[in-house]
Write a protein that binds this ligand. Structure first.
Ligand SMILES: Cc1cc2nc3c(=O)[nH]c(=O)nc-3n(C[C@H](O)[C@H](O)[C@H](O)COP(=O)(O)OP(=O)(O)OC[C@H]3O[C@@H](n4cnc5c(N)ncnc54)[C@H](O)[C@@H]3O)c2cc1C
Length: 346
């Protein structure tokens, strides 16, 4: 089939690469110019999952790892600290990984595609992998995004572990994710745009050198609120259909999971008359990301000051059970007591 992939982020690169391997005629369109293209992200994710996806794509994930986390330090609004044991949370060279997935594929950089002018009839399918932009799909039921930005910094000598600070009311958080040799991403997502921690970090690290400042909002609305997932021959994959874990604003692995569902549906129907079964895709996406809606509700209730650990115990339990089931996918320990303490402290 002839397929246009719009957006060379994690979803577009992985899906483009995997479809190309299956023999499809793929063109990827990316709005950034090649030399300016940069994955806006703190490049942290679970090694277990990235190994899994790398193997499928024929890459060796060991070649991309920057930092293997052991313990995450979390500052809380009550001046307390909590520590999470890490099991697989790493930072990796996301730019290189995505670029390697695209080997051999035609990528048209510097083209900001627009649904109205895009030659839709020339392709069997157009995949909206534009992430937060969702440029090719209709408006969803409820779109909720959190503003975020970060610096790529170097010359940081005293922190070599993951560090986050949770904001009161779960209205955002600050992060420092180490890369290698004293470099790291430092930034924050904050609904109130105050970005506590960023200025303080630079004040306490006068030798820090800023290499880059980047940012964009992160979508927290889960797939349940982001329908439709398709419009005629356009299909959404990744953050464009809300596959971000709302508690953490973590979207790399969920984007890849949605790619996997897309490929499964395509493969299962390859000998049937129907080219792509939208109904099956919709059902599988909603099932896989079903509990993201509970997590989203927890966040929204907390932000509105309405979360009660007694009244909303079932929501919390659902989040815990689903995360526990998938502990390796997150790369850190999932402990109910710690989770309850964190939710209470925020
Ligand atoms: C500051 C920040 C830090 C983050 N840190 C982490 C983290 O550490 N770990 C984690 O798991 N998640 C993180 N996330 C979330 C994660 O990066 C995203 O959820 C994930 O990248 C989404 O993947 P995607 O492929 O769907 O979209 P994206 O990766 O956003 O890719 C979309 C691509 O489409 C292109 N595009 C957009 N519009 C058009 C158009 N009209 N025409 C052509 N191209 C277009 C964009 O330029 C971009 O390259 C972070 C997000 C932000 C903003």
């Amino acid at each position: 089939m002839k397929i246009a992939v719009i957006g060379a982020g994690v979803a577009g690169s992985y899906l483009g690469g995997m479809l190309y391997k299956r023999g499809h005629e793929i063109t990827i369109f990316e709005s950034n110019k090649k030399e300016m293209h940069w994955p806006v992200c703190a490049w942290g994710a679970s090694r277990h999952m990235l190994e899994y996806f790398s193997n499928k794509a024929g890459l060796n994930f060991n070649n991309y790892i920057f930092h293997v986390g052991r313990r995450l330090r979390m500052g809380l609004p009550n001046q307390k600290e909590e520590f999470l044991d890490l099991d697989g949370l790493v930072t990796y060279n996301k730019k290189q990984w995505e670029s390697d997935l695209l080997a051999g594929i035609t990528v048209e950089y510097g083209i900001n595609c627009d649904k109205k002018t895009f030659p839709r009839d020339k392709y069997d399918y157009i995949l909206d992998c534009t992430g937060f932009h969702r440029r090719f799909l209709p408006k969803p039921e409820e779109d909720f995004v959190i503003p975020a930005y970060e610096y790529l910094v170097e010359n940081i000598q005293d922190i070599n572990e993951f560090h986050v600070i949770g904001y009161k009311g779960a209205r955002g958080y600050f992060w420092y994710f180490p890369l290698s040799k004293g470099t790291g991403f430092m930034g924050a997502g904050d609904i109130d745009r105050k970005y506590y921690g960023v200025k303080e970090f630079l004040e306490t690290h006068p030798d820090a050198r800023i290499i880059k400042k980047i940012g964009r909002p992160i979508r927290l609305s889960p797939p349940k609120l982001m329908e439709p997932f398709h419009d005629d021959n356009i299909i959404g994959v990744g953050e464009s259909i809300g596959t971000v874990f709302p508690m953490l604003g973590e979207g790399i692995i969920p984007s890849l999971l949605s790619c996997e569902i897309f490929l499964q549906v395509l493969d299962e129907n390859k000998n049937k008359k129907v080219k792509f079964d939208h109904k099956q895709y919709r059902e599988k996406i909603l099932k896989k990301f079903n509990y993201y809606y509970d997590v989203y509700r927890i966040i929204r209730l907390k932000m509105d000051g309405k979360l009660s650990t007694v009244k909303h115990f079932n929501l919390l339990l659902s989040m815990y059970k689903n995360m526990k089931k998938d502990e390796k996918r997150f790369g850190f320990e999932i402990d109910f007591e710690k989770m309850r303490r964190l939710v209470n402290a925020l």
